[in-house]
Design a protein around this ligand. Sequence first.
Ligand code: URA
Length: 241
Amino acid sequence: MIRVVLINLWVHDVARVQALQSNSVRSMIDHQPSGNDRVIVVDHPLVQHKLTLLRDERTPVALFRQLIKEVAMLLGYEALAQAATVDANVVTPMGPHAGLALADDPVFVSVLRAGNGLLDGLLMLVPTAKVGFVGIARNHETLEAESYYTKLPNFRGRDVLLIDPMLATGNTAVAALSMVREQGAARVRLVSLVASPTGVAHVLEADADVTIVTAAVDPELDAKGYIVPGLGDAGDRIFGT
Ligand code: URA
């Protein structure tokens, strides 16, 4: 069982709360009603071990790709913890068994291009998942998100994992969320590797129902909208550019 830290529990963890420098996020944490948690930080030692290696600037591209795949599987495991199941009866070599199966294939929506780094691991977890893509580029001057490509499957009430490794300003995530909502996505979880307090606040304010699943919430953004300490440009590190 993956251990998760629900962000509302962080009020008891002084070091971590001090690391969250956004007042708006801190107030959301303080006012988070139990049972209505919308930010899940997966703090399992394996996830944190692999994330530390991903952050390390010395980690070469081949290892980075392997690690991001592994972390994606672990985050996906947690992100699908509430997936609906149906009865599935099978017969083992020893006799009948009343088992469970996923009620439907989830949909993974990758935010190009860095989302594809998480996609491989998620597809290893659920090889039958449907896959969509949204292309949203960040204007490096304004930091605003601009859409240039969309290909989405039919959501039909399926669980949707919107995948983008870096939840920085939140502009891209909010734009992607509104695109999948417009196409009828209902149960959406945003899966990221590293988030910022600004990005978390932006997403939670823009979308009343989304849950964020991430491996870390780092302290701040720099002037260009990069997460500090983060791991640098996720796309560059995945694709070796
Ligand atoms: N995108 C990245 O790849 N890294 C960041 O830190 C922020 C946005």
